[in-house]
Design a protein around this ligand. Structure first.
Ligand SMILES: NC(=O)c1ccc[n+]([C@@H]2O[C@H](COP(=O)([O-])OP(=O)(O)OC[C@H]3O[C@@H](n4cnc5c(N)ncnc54)[C@H](O)[C@@H]3O)[C@@H](O)[C@H]2O)c1
Length: 255
C-alpha cells in the first residue's frame, strides 16, 4: 500500500512536539509530507525529534517555544511562516497539571495548570488564526482530555476545568471562524502511554485503570491519538468542526 500524502508541502505547527502525543503527531504529519514546525520548551527533546524526522527524509524545524508566553508564541508562528509558508494546520497540544484537591491546591498551582493547559491554546489560536484567515483558511486541533468531559477522580480540579475550557474554547473558535474556512476541533485522549504517564504509573497500573474505566481495557497509544489528529486536520474531515473527539477506548464515567 502506498503511503498517503495528505499534508504534502503544507506548513504545520505542533506544540509540545518533543514527547508523547505531540512527538507521535509530528512524525505522522512529516511522514505524510507536512513541513513541521516543532514548538517545544525543552531544546534537547525538540531537537531530537526533529533530527529523527530529518533522518527519515521528512521536513521539521525545532523552534524553542514557551507555549504559555505570548511573545514566544507570536515569534514561533512568525518563524513557522517564514520557514515553511503560511501555517495551514496547527496541533496545539501542550498541557499538564500539578496534582491536588479542591481544598489542597494553592492559587499558584491552579494558575500554573490553567496557563499550561488552557491559556496555551488561547495564545496559539490567537496568533495562528490571523495567518489562516489571510491565506484562505486552515485547521486547528487542540488537545483536551477525557478529564474535561467526565469526572476522573485522579485528575486535579484545575486540570479538569482547564481541559473543559479547551473543549469549549475550540467550539467557540469553530463557530467564530467557520466562515473564514477554519475548522477547529479538540481531541480527548484517555489514559495514554506517554513518558509523562510512564513516570507516574507502571504498565500494570495503566492496564488496571484502563480496564476499570474503558470498554477497551488498555491504555491508548500516542500514535492512536496522532492518527485522529491527522484525520481531523485532513481534507477527509472537511465537514467536521467544533467537535471534541474522544480517543479513549470508549471511556465511561467512573463513579
Ligand atoms: N498522556 C495522557 O494520558 C494524556 C491524557 C489526556 C490528555 N493528555 C494531554 O495530551 C497532551 C500531551 O501530553 P503527553 O502525555 O504527550 O505529555 P508529554 O509530557 O509526553 O509531552 C509534553 C511535551 O510538552 C512540552 N512542554 C511542556 N511545557 C511546555 C511549554 N510551556 N511550552 C512548550 N512545550 C512545553 C514538554 O517538554 C513535552 O515535550 C497534554 O495536553 C496532556 O494534558 C495526555
Amino acid at each position: 500500500m502506498t503511503q498517503r500524502q495528505r499534508f504534502e508541502g503544507r506548513s504545520i505547527i505542533v506544540t509540545g512536539g518533543g514527547s508523547g502525543i505531540g512527538e507521535a503527531a509530528a512524525h505522522a504529519f512529516a511522514e505524510e509530507g507536512g513541513l513541521v514546525t516543532l514548538a517545544e520548551l525543552d531544546p534537547d527533546k525538540g531537537q531530537a525529534v526533529c533530527d529523527a524526522i530529518l533522518a527519515k527524509g521528512g521536513t521539521a524545524r525545532f523552534v524553542r517555544t514557551d507555549a504559555t508566553d505570548e511573545a514566544s508564541v507570536r515569534a514561533m508562528v512568525a518563524e513557522a511562516c517564514a520557514a515553511h509558508g503560511p501555517v495551514r494546520h496547527a496541533f496545539n497540544n501542550v498541557g499538564g497539571s500539578k496534582p491536588g484537591s479542591l481544598e489542597g491546591l494553592s492559587l499558584d498551582e491552579w494558575n500554573w495548570t490553567m496557563a499550561l493547559s488552557l491559556t496555551s491554546c488561547f495564545l496559539a489560536m490567537k496568533h495562528e488564526i490571523p495567518v489562516m484567515k489571510a491565506n484562505g483558511g486552515g485547521t486547528i486541533v487542540n488537545t483536551a482530555s477525557m478529564s474535561g468531559r467526565i469526572f476522573t477522580p485522579a485528575a486535579a480540579p484545575s486540570y479538569s476545568a482547564a481541559k473543559a475550557g479547551v473543549i469549549h474554547l475550540s467550539h467557540y473558535a469553530s463557530c467564530a471562524h467557520a466562515r473564514d474556512n477554519i475548522r477547529v476541533n479538540s481531541v480527548l485522549p484517555g489514559l495514554t502511554a506517554t513518558p509523562l504517564v510512564a513516570q507516574m504509573l507502571t504498565p500494570e497500573q495503566q492496564a488496571e485503570i484502563a480496564s476499570e474505566h474503558q470498554m477497551i481495557p488498555r491504555a491508548v497509544q500516542p500514535a492512536e491519538v496522532a492518527a485522529t489528529v491527522l484525520f481531523l486536520s485532513s481534507d477527509e474531515a472537511a465537514m467536521i468542526t467544533g467537535r471534541g473527539i474522544e480517543v479513549a477506548g470508549g471511556g465511561t464515567h467512573p463513579g
